[in-house]
Design a protein around this ligand. Sequence first.
Ligand code: COA
Length: 179
Amino acid sequence: MGVLILDNEKIYLREISFSDTDNIIKWRNSLYVKQNFIYQKDLTREEHESWIKTKVKCGKVKQFIIIEKGNNNPIGSVYLRDIDYNNSKAEFGIFIGEKTALNKGYGTIATNMITKYGFNQLGLNKIFLRVFENNVHAIRSYEKSNFIQEGLFKQDVCIDKKFYNIIFMSIFKNGDSND
Ligand SMILES: CC(C)(COP(=O)(O)OP(=O)(O)OC[C@H]1O[C@@H](n2cnc3c(N)ncnc32)[C@H](O)[C@@H]1OP(=O)(O)O)[C@@H](O)C(=O)NCCC(=O)NCCS
């Protein structure tokens, strides 16, 4: 089977492979990305390889590398995790590790691409995410992608003895969250 590619004018998404491991570790452990993730410990090569083997290879996670067109540079990753076909839902995640690629609209485009893929190709009904309340950059991008706030979890995550609020956002296949 060939490598799945999702195409757009400015970026494309290519299915992750073991050869992306160095980039993933570099991006995921960069301060800018790490400080915005709920799991704040450094990601080890072993943990990432185990994630690929036990989650990606068996379809529990669909993960892509985001590639900037023109220069063909890999800049980050976007994924749907814990895909739950019984309830037709999955959790969304994204990070752009190359700082020069931030604020160019790529995060929003990649989000739109993978949610469309989740609804149309995987048959999902709901895609949700969890984000720190103070991550205004990511929240702005998610709002542009039509995620709506579904809940606020107060003092939900503890880092260095400080508690942080988490916003839970979702997007639905039919675009209507009032059902
Ligand atoms: C979240 C992320 C993928 C967004 O990617 P991006 O390509 O920079 O996002 P976009 O360019 O599509 O959109 C960013 C929007 O946020 C705005 N923005 C950027 N910094 C901001 C800030 N400090 N305050 C408010 N808005 C901000 C931008 O102006 C833009 O909105 P606009 O188009 O209305 O001007 C990227 O910031 C990232 O990888 N962050 C680190 C990891 C992370 O936070 N992951 C999510 C964890 S839940």
